[in-house]
Design a protein around this ligand. Structure first.
Ligand SMILES: [Zn+2]
Ligand SMILES: [Zn+2]
Length: 127
């Protein structure tokens, strides 16, 4: 176990830049230039998109979390497969038959791109 780098010691494959939106409480991908569409209302401080606490120059203050989501099941305990990023609103959603309406997909449901090549299937630990 390498104590200085616990992330790579735990997860073989992962994607970083996931943030918790302070407005709608969804996990969203903050690795694009925009923050996606948030279902919560616009405010002067947060704008229209998801908001992870970032400053006006799009940097995040020390102490906010940068979540690493595993993309491969390397765990022996309980996990749930099938979590994906919505390409329209950038939220993390369960890619099952009951997807809900998306704030950015013209009244449609979240757009997760299923099993297409290059689409991450996030594997979340559960207890
Ligand atoms: Zn949001
Ligand atoms: Zn969506």
């Amino acid at each position: 176990m390498v104590h200085d780098d616990p992330v790579t010691a735990i997860f073989v494959e992962y994607q970083t830049n996931w943030r918790n939106c302070h407005k709608c409480q969804a996990m969203y991908f903050a690795g694009h230039s925009g923050n996606g569409a948030c279902p919560a209302p616009y405010t002067e401080e947060t704008g229209w998109g998801h908001y992870g606490g970032e400053r006006p120059d799009s940097t995040f203050p020390k102490g906010t979390f940068d979540f690493y989501l595993p993309t491969k099941n390397v765990f022996t305990g309980g996990v749930e497969n099938g979590w994906r990023a919505c390409w329209a609103c950038l939220a993390l959603v369960y890619d099952g038959p009951d997807k809900k309406s998306c704030a950015a997909n013209d009244g449609g449901v979240h757009d997760c791109h299923g099993d297409e090549a290059g689409v991450y299937n996030f594997v979340l630990l559960k207890v």
